[in-house]
Design a protein around this ligand. Structure first.
Ligand code: F6P
Length: 362
């Protein structure tokens, strides 16, 4: 039987655990299944430019624990709507056929794509074009459907929780109100989990629109109870009662061009008008995606990597590996794309937070 040739790419915002998936996938594919593996650099851009490196046991040695991705990434470069220069003009064009040609020319049998919803939307579209695709669910936001948890999320929650602890001591010392902005786009998982673990007083998530008056009410209650400082954690994509979010910037040629940002500053300014206490804000930003990968994410990522290698061996293409009730499984990319996994306002985690006396500003 012909040796299978697998190509890996990592797309979208990086997430801790990408290297651990690559490590496990390469090792299992080579040592157990006798495959050949290459990695395209900078996500789909590398596939378009035929820019790849060979991946083997030696080149992936020592990467398991490292954050980032040895294959680099790009959260632009949608090959179905790609920015190119033609006749001196910049236009957008579907160049996916060139990618398919590159795969054929290089003898690639399977494309294994590590990404979030933008990257996996293209994965689904390549599957529809007949490419043998296997997806692996990556994102610190934990907002991908069909899997209980994505890799990268646990590390982000640990980082935020640790930083909430730091912000607690300084906020208490000055008896201030601190508004802490975290990532997550339109899903409040990071804010909710780290808000509970890090003992925030108010958690604002996109799934539960907030009112500034309710936040003030919670601050006043704490002051009256002899706790004259308040920690508010806010997901970057949170919305007020009128449905207004705060957009930081628009990144053209990204599958999802909206970048949230600035809501902590916005809420701080509003609070300053309404309360006597000093208000400060802190946006944790890309620190949430950087540095070492947590032990739980390393474990999850190697499980995903081995499961992806198994799926490729079984030739179950067009699927994404997933985890359900603690067990590895897989689901069709057709089911993954199109819906986002968001926090259930009536779900257990919100119930837990409310039981602890945490306010959702609602
Ligand atoms: O999807 C992951 C994520 O980190 C989001 O939480 C955040 O909104 C976005 O990516 C930031 O993207 P960029 O790296 O382009 O600033």
């Amino acid at each position: 039987m012909k040796k299978k040739k697998i190509a890996i790419l990592t797309g979208g915002g990086d997430a801790p655990g990408l290297n651990a998936v690559i490590y496990a996938l390469v090792r299992t594919s080579i040592a157990k299944y006798d495959c050949e593996v290459i990695g395209y650099k900078f996500g789909y851009r590398g596939l378009y430019n035929n820019d790849y490196i060979n991946l083997d046991i030696k080149s992936t040695s020592g990467i398991l624990h490292k954050g980032g991705t040895v294959l680099y990434s790009s959260n632009k470069d949608n090959l179905f709507d790609y920015k190119i220069e033609e006749h001196g003009r910049t236009i957008k064009k579907d160049v996916s056929d060139i990618a398919v040609e590159n795969l054929k020319r290089d003898g690639v049998d399977v494309l294994c794509i590590l990404g979030g919803d933008g990257t996996l939307t293209s994965a689904r579209d390549f599957a529809r074009k007949g490419v043998n695709v296997v997806g692996v669910p990556k994102t610190i936001d934990n907002d991908l459907a069909c899997t209980d948890v994505t890799f990268g999320f646990d590390t982000a929650v640990n980082i935020v929780t640790e930083n909430l602890g730091r912000l607690h001591t300084t906020t208490e010392s000055h008896q201030r109100v601190m508004v802490v902005e975290v990532m997550g786009r339109s899903a409040g998982w990071i804010a909710l989990a780290s808000g509970i673990a890090g003992s925030a007083d108010v958690i604002l998530i996109p799934e539960i629109p907030y009112s500034i008056e309710k936040i003030v009410q919670k601050i006043n209650e704490r002051n009256a109870a002899g706790k004259p400082f308040t920690i508010i954690i806010v997901c970057e994509g949170a919305v007020d009662k009128n449905g207004a979010a705060v957009v930081g910037k628009v990144v053209e040629d990204s599958p999802d061009p909206i970048r949230f940002g600035g809501i902590a500053a916005h809420i701080s300014r509003q609070l300053e008008q309404l309360i006597k206490q000093e208000v400060r804000y802190c946006a944790l930003g890309h620190i949430q995606r950087g540095g070492e990968t947590s032990a739980a994410d390393r474990m999850l990522s190697v499980r995903y990597g081995v499961a992806a290698a198994d799926l490729i061996e079984q030739e179950k293409y067009g699927n994404m590996v997933c985890i359900r009730d603690g067990k590895m499984s897989y689901d069709s990319l057709e089911n993954v794309i199109g819906s986002t996994k968001v926090v259930d306002p009536d779900g257990e985690l919100v119930y837990i937070a409310r039981s602890l006396g945490i306010s959702f500003g609602a």
